[in-house]
Every structure is written in structure tokens, then in C-alpha cells.
Write a protein that binds this ligand. Structure first.
Ligand SMILES: [Zn+2]
Length: 119
């Protein structure tokens, strides 16, 4: 019996949250990084860790090596909105999920959601 790949992925996701970019001038948050702030035009941003997000939508994308589940999320409490891969079963709109970074095969750290935190 093989382990569900989504569950294996979820087991890898731990530690601190996921780094987004926060404008030093106005605090507006974006991901991925922009050349300038879309809110104020500021050109300096710092990383900010976000740990939790609200699900806005969830989509299953069929592929040759299995389905990929993607969620559009709004990081809490101040954004940004971003798309993350879902480790495990699809999530529902309105659900709160953890947000984590996990490196892909090329070493790029991408956003993932794991299971929601235990109540
Ligand atoms: Zn700004």
C-alpha cells in the first residue's frame, strides 16, 4: 500500500510560515515580489512571514503524473492574495488553512497549504 503523495507532501510542510513582501513605505503586501508597490509606488520591500490564510477558491488540475490541487488564498490578516498548491485533499472556500513554503525540484520556495491547524 503506497502513501498518498499529498499526505507525504503535507508531512514535509512544517516550521514557520511563508515569506511574502511588505512595502516599507505603506505596509502593502504582495506575492510574488514586485518592482514597486502597487499601492504607493514605493520601491523598497521587506519579507514578512504569513502563517495562515483563508481559502477563496480551490481547483483540481489533471496532469500526467496525477492531479494538482491549487487554492487561491487570502493571507491573514492583511493579505496578499496568492495561489498555493494544496497538500492533501481539496479545501473549501471560507476554510482557514496554514500557509507554508516548500522547495520544488529546482530549489524555488513556493507556497503550499497544509491541513488546517488542530483546534
Ligand atoms: Zn506601498
Amino acid at each position: 500500500m503506497s502513501m498518498d503523495p499529498g499526505a507525504a507532501r503535507a508531512a514535509e510542510i512544517g516550521g514557520a510560515g511563508f515569506a511574502v513582501w511588505e512595502c516599507r513605505a505603506c505596509g502593502h503586501r504582495v506575492y510574488p515580489r514586485r518592482l514597486w508597490c502597487p499601492a504607493c509606488g514605493g520601491r523598497q520591500a521587506r519579507p514578512a512571514s504569513v502563517d495562515e490564510a483563508e481559502v477563496l477558491a480551490c481547483t483540481r488540475v489533471p496532469g500526467p503524473e496525477g492531479d494538482t490541487v491549487l487554492a487561491t488564498l487570502r493571507a491573514l490578516p492583511r493579505g496578499p492574495q496568492l495561489v498555493a498548491r494544496v497538500a492533501g485533499p481539496p479545501v473549501r472556500a471560507g476554510q482557514r488553512v496554514r500557509l507554508r513554503g516548500a522547495a520544488d525540484a529546482q530549489g524555488r520556495v513556493l507556497p503550499w497549504t497544509g491541513p488546517p491547524p488542530a483546534a
